[in-house]
Write a new protein. Structure first.
Length: 131
């Protein structure tokens, strides 16, 4: 990003050498506008990166809780957070384990988050790995 901004400024400076004052002002205004736009883009990308980090932390926190439960084999459960939705995917051995995973996750998510439980019940979870 910074490399592009520097290239814009250098190109503007090189063009400005043989130009009138009005043309130099126009180029300077355009360069300033480009810099502001690049700054806005960088700000938006940083916000997206922060959101992705928050989602990853949330998924890891929930997966850790599921793994630490003595009543649940969470080996084949995948937890994904996308925006305000938490997905449980993969397999568990029993309907009770599916419900337990659902209940544990529901107790951990924020009030504005939604839980989507896509867990499958399989006697042999190896046959239905998380997607």
């Amino acid at each position: 990003m910074m490399k592009n901004q520097l290239m814009i400024l250098l190109a503007t400076a090189a063009l400005a050498v043989g130009c009138s004052q009005a043309e130099r002002n126009d180029m300077a205004n355009k360069a300033d506008q480009e810099m502001r736009q690049a700054g806005q883009t960088a700000k938006q990308e940083m916000k997206k990166a922060g959101q992705a980090m928050d989602e990853g932390v949330n998924s890891t926190r929930i997966k850790s809780a599921l793994l630490s439960s003595k009543k649940l084999d969470a080996s084949y459960i995948n937890v994904d957070t996308e925006q305000k939705t938490v997905f449980l995917r993969g397999s568990v051995k029993t309907a009770d384990q599916k419900k337990l995973a659902n209940d544990l996750t529901n107790n951990m998510i924020a009030p504005d988050q939604k839980l989507v439980n896509e867990l499958k019940i399989a006697a042999n979870p190896d046959e239905h790995p998380p997607q």
